[in-house]
Design a protein around this ligand. Structure first.
Ligand code: HEC
Length: 116
């Protein structure tokens, strides 16, 4: 194999690594938003199935199986629960109220896709 081919493969492999790392970073950001009381503070109302987090609330349902939900449905539920499929009115509309940005909500969705 000549050097140009080797370089091409090395570039392709490192490209894949970058993609994986940034997906993890997005989920990590979402986890932080989920747990931080000045941000999403989802933890105040939701426990997460399969993950042990300190002090989860029990006002909302235990979140589980969200990796089976379409991304858009999770996004819409967080953006405006009152207008989402489930018409939830006891949960704040994080996107509509401006508490979380589009980017923040996408990060939370990425995190929720990682839970069991
Ligand atoms: C003030 C309490 C409260 C906070 C804070 C809160 N939620 Fe909720 N959430 C609820 C309630 C109550 C429900 C709906 C219960 C029901 O089904 O009627 C709900 C439902 C949901 C659902 C639908 C679950 C299902 O199985 O149908 C998702 C997803 C969700 N919340 C995600 C979040 C995320 C992500 C955050 C943080 C950005 C958050 N919630 C913050 C109270 C809250």
């Amino acid at each position: 194999m000549n050097i140009a081919n080797k370089l091409l493969i090395a570039t392709a492999v490192s490209g894949l690594l970058v993609v994986n790392v940034s997906a993890d970073a997005l989920a990590d950001k979402g986890k932080k938003i989920f747990e931080t009381n000045t941000q999403g503070n989802c933890i105040a109302c939701h426990a997460i199935n399969g993950k042990t987090l300190d002090g989860p609330g029990s006002f909302g349902p235990v979140l589980s199986g969200l990796k089976h939900w379409p991304d858009q449905l999770i996004y819409d539920t967080i953006y405006d629960p009152g207008e989402s499929r489930s018409k939830i009115t006891a949960m704040p509309a994080f996107g509509k109220s401006g508490w979380l940005s589009d980017e923040d909500i996408k990060a939370v969705v990425a995190f929720l896709k990682t839970i069991e």
